[in-house]
Every structure is written in C-alpha cells, then in structure tokens.
Design a protein around this ligand. Structure first.
Ligand code: ADP
Ligand code: ZN
Ligand code: MG
Length: 480
C-alpha cells in the first residue's frame, strides 16, 4: 500500500531579551552555571513573577509576520509536571488563550510553493538544563545529573503548525523559512546547535487519498536542519514497515540519535489533561492594545520573502537570493549594493567565497571582519580591471583575516593588476619579438594564437597584467 506522510512541527525559539521572562536575571549563554539565577527562576517559595514586556512584543511581532490574529485577551497558565530542571514543578505557559492564532507560512522546498498553516504562537518560560553523568550522557544509564538553572526562565516562544507538511524536504524548508524570519526580526540568535531554536516533529502516515489522520509519533532532539530532515525520513520508513506488516503505530515520543541515524523510543506521550493546566494566579491576563499591535506591525523589518523578491528583481538568481537570506548574509549584500557594487557580482561573492569561508571557520555572519562596503570595494576593483578574480580570492582571504581593506591588502600583497598601458607595452613588445612564427601565423588568420601570446605576457608579468588590456595591445601590434 502506498502512504502519505503527514507532518506538523512545534518550534521553540529562545528569545534574546536582555532579561528573563519573569525576573530580571540576565540571559547570556555560556555563563558560569547557576550564576544567572534569583528566587523567581529558582522557584523559591513566595517569589512572584513579573512579565517581560519586550518578550510579549516580540511574540506579537512574530505572530504578525506569520499572518496570525493577535488575541486581545491572552492568559498565562500553569503547566504542572515534576522534573529536576523545573524547580517550581510547573512551567508558566499558555494554554487555550495564546497570544497569536491562525496564521500561515509559505515555503518552497524547490518543487513549488506550499502553504503551511500556523495554529498558534504562544509564550512560555524555558526550563533549566540537565547534564547526565556517565552512561554516554543518556538519562537511563546515567550515574547522576548536574543542573544549570541559568536557562530556567528564559523567554521561550512556541510556534505550532497545522498538520499541513507532507515530506521531510517540506519540513526542512518550513524550518529554514521560520528561522530566517526569526533572524530578520532579530528576536533570537536561532542557533540549533546551542538549542536557542528547537524543532519537534510530529509525523503520521495514512493511506494515499485518505482524509483521516493516522496515529502520530513525536520526534525530538534534532539539532540541525539536516537532522530534522533525516529524522523524518527515518521515521516515515520505520512507520511504513510497521504498517506493511499489519502492526499498529504506538503514539509516543521518540528521540533522534544523530550518530546511529535512527529514532529511539522515549516516554509515552502525555495528554494535555495530565498537566492539570490552570490560569497562573500570580499574573493578570494580557490585554493587548490594538494601537500597540499596529505600532509593532509598522516597525516590522523587511521579511525574508519580500527581501528575496527584491533581490531577484535586482538580477540575483533565485537560489542565490534564498541562500543569502537563510545564511543571514542578505544585509551584507544590501550594504554592498548601496555602496555601489554590481548586484550579480556581489551575490556571487557572498554565496561563493564568503559562504565557503563561514563554512570553513564555523563563524557567524556577524563575526565577519569585512562589511558590505568592503565587499563593494573588492567587486569594484575586479570590475575596474584592478584585480583579477584569482587575485581577488587571495585579497578576500587577507581582508577576512583582518589585514586591512581590499585595496590595502591588494597593495601589501602586490596583487594589483597592471592596467597601466605604458607598464605593459614593453612586455608585449618583447613577447612579439621573441615569437615571430606565432605572430606570422596569427597574421595569416590563426586567432587562437592571440590567447597563446596573452599567456606569455601574463607569465612575464607574474600574472598581474590585465588580460583584456594585453589582448587588445597584442591585436593592435599584430595589426588585426
Ligand atoms: P499534542 O496534544 O500531542 O501536543 P497537538 O494536537 O497539540 O498534539 O499537535 C501537535 C503537533 O502535531 C501540531 O503541529 C499538529 O499539527 C501535529 N499533529 C497533530 N496530529 C497529527 C497527526 N495525526 N499526524 C501528524 N501531525 C499531527
Ligand atoms: Zn531570576
Ligand atoms: Mg500540543
């Protein structure tokens, strides 16, 4: 039998507010364990939460970007469960009255645009972080656990989709587009490997053409877009094999094991009634002010889809526009174009050498030493015949290593192309004099020899002559 995959994704986004969701503790990543804590985020008796206004505004901003309706009346609930990294024994979250409901996101996995419904966007607080000791870091055979409460209480936004996704590729495209929007809004650093962006994927199968949904499995623990796609592909295969054998699918949570390349059973899935949700009595409901919502809407930055469309209109290839947006390099490109760079050339450098540099070093675009103006200078030097594209790659390496501006690096490394006619004429004349046969055959109409003679001049100048200029001079001298 042939099956259709049905996928819905729940995404957690750690907001990069300066302070936590319900207290004034700082949120910086990598601080000494248990130093960014206070009675509120340690869950000490009697401590009272105070909501973070900025976190609410950012949740509304993402809701608007996803075309959601912003609720005028929204409530925080207590989600009750016992866990070592949750000292209050409940998480403050949202239940039936989230901040944002009913949006959508258009994604293109390469096979055409698909519309993914957004069920809701709500705000909650993160838990502490447990590190399991021994047993390969896995909970069931660990000897003990260390808990760091620095993460406890960091604002966490959750985006839930409708079960509208139909393939692992679409799931990845959705995750990538959502990440690009979060980055454009500047509300999170959205790093999957550091856990500030986390995807849980729900997947079920149903017979092709059926309307009813099958039993779903929730897959967790994917810390890259690639593992999200792989985990779903694995899970679809696993479920297909079970259904083909006539076996039932267990509704459960499974963990993706990146090294083994498979999902492993985790806990069985709780129902929402297990959490005994009730309204948080220490917080008043949120009443969103329509004027404030409009102010947030008016202040939204250009979103990735529009930005890509604008870049394509400038002559950039759609694939390059998508790469720049998802890699967080669109701003650099825009700055280069404003500084006068040719858009196509700038896009080539951004998606080529600069992306390769980031992949090699593992750096973030914000770590780049070169800005858009520097890129414009580099592209301008190539266009103006001052740098060959080979030399430009070497110049770029120097600039990215902090050795100076493109012009400074090119001068220091003696890579500037010789485009001054008077400096090349003597080399051209010398080559013509020492190659009388070739010159004669060229005069007889063998044009290919022009290339050979240009090569000789390039060799004599250590590759620094402008080949277009040399070619013109040779043709003039030979009389073509
Ligand atoms: P739960 O109560 O288990 O958290 P929800 O109804 O809240 O389930 O849905 C969680 C996510 O799972 C949503 O993204 C939703 O679209 C998706 N989902 C729900 N049912 C299915 C299904 N049968 N197959 C695949 N995904 C599903
Ligand atoms: Zn605190
Ligand atoms: Mg749910």
């Amino acid at each position: 039998m042939s099956y259709e995959a049905v996928i819905g994704i729940e995404t957690h986004v750690e907001l990069q507010t300066a302070s936590k969701m319900f207290c004034g503790c700082p949120t910086d990543f990598g601080a000494e364990p248990n130093t960014n804590v206070c009675p509120v985020c340690l869950g000490l008796p009697g401590a009272l939460p105070v909501p973070n206004e900025r976190a609410i505004e950012w949740t509304v901003a993402l809701g608007i970007a996803l075309g959601c309706e912003i609720s005028q009346h929204s409530v925080f609930h207590r989600k009750n469960y016992f866990y070592a990294d949750l000292p209050k024994n409940y998480q403050i979250s949202q239940f039936d009255l989230p901040l944002c409901v009913g949006g959508h996101l258009e994604v293109d996995p390469g096979s055409g645009v698909r519309r993914v419904g957004i069920t809701r966007v709500h705000l909650e607080e993160d838990t502490g972080k447990s590190t399991h000791l021994g047993g390969g870091g896995r909970i069931h055979d660990a000897e003990g656990a260390l808990i760091d409460f620095n993460r406890s209480g960091i604002p966490l936004l959750e985006v839930v989709t409708e079960p509208d996704i139909r393939s692992p590729e679409e799931a990845r495209a959705y995750a990538q587009e959502l990440r690009a929007i979060v980055l454009a809004l500047g509300i999170s650093d959205a790093r999957l490997e550091e856990g500030s962006l986390r995807f849980d994927a729900n997947v079920s199968l149903r017979p092709e053409g059926a309307d009813e949904l099958g039993i779903k499995v929730e897959v967790k623990n994917m810390n890259s877009l690639r593992s999200l796609q792989r985990a779903l592909a694995f899970e679809i295969e696993r479920q297909t094999a079970l259904l083909d054998k006539g076996e039932a699918i267990d509704q459960e949570t499974r963990h993706w094991d990146e090294e083994a390349g498979r999902t492993e059973p985790g806990r069985s899935k709780e129902e929402s009634s297990d959490y005994r949700y009730f309204p948080e009595p220490d917080l008043v409901p949120i009443q969103t002010n329509p004027e404030a919502v409009e102010r947030i809407r008016g202040a939204l930055p250009e979103l990735p889809a529009l930005r890509r469309a604008r870049h394509i209109a400038l002559g950039v290839e759609p694939a390059a526009a998508a790469t720049m947006a998802s890699a967080g390099l669109a701003a650099m490109f825009d700055d280069a174009v404003s500084a006068g760079a040719d858009p196509r050339a700038a896009a080539n450098w951004v998606t080529g050498e600069i992306t390769a540099h980031l992949n090699r070093t593992g750096d973030d675009p914000s770590d780049l030493v070169m800005d858009g103006r520097g890129l414009a200078e580099l592209v301008g030097m190539i266009g103006g015949g001052e740098l060959s594209s080979t030399a430009a790659k070497e110049v770029l390496i120097g600039v990215l290593a902090g050795e100076g501006s493109p012009r400074e690096v090119a001068a220091a490394k003696d890579l500037m192309q010789i485009s001054d006619e008077s400096a090349i004429v003597s080399e051209v004349d010398a080559v013509i004099e020492t190659h009388p046969d070739e010159v004669a055959r060229m005069k007889d109409g063998d044009e290919r020899l022009a290339g050979f003679l240009v090569g000789q001049v390039m060799k004599a100048t250590g590759g620094r002559a402008d080949p277009r200029l040399v070619d013109r001079l040779i043709r003039e001298r030979v009389g073509l």
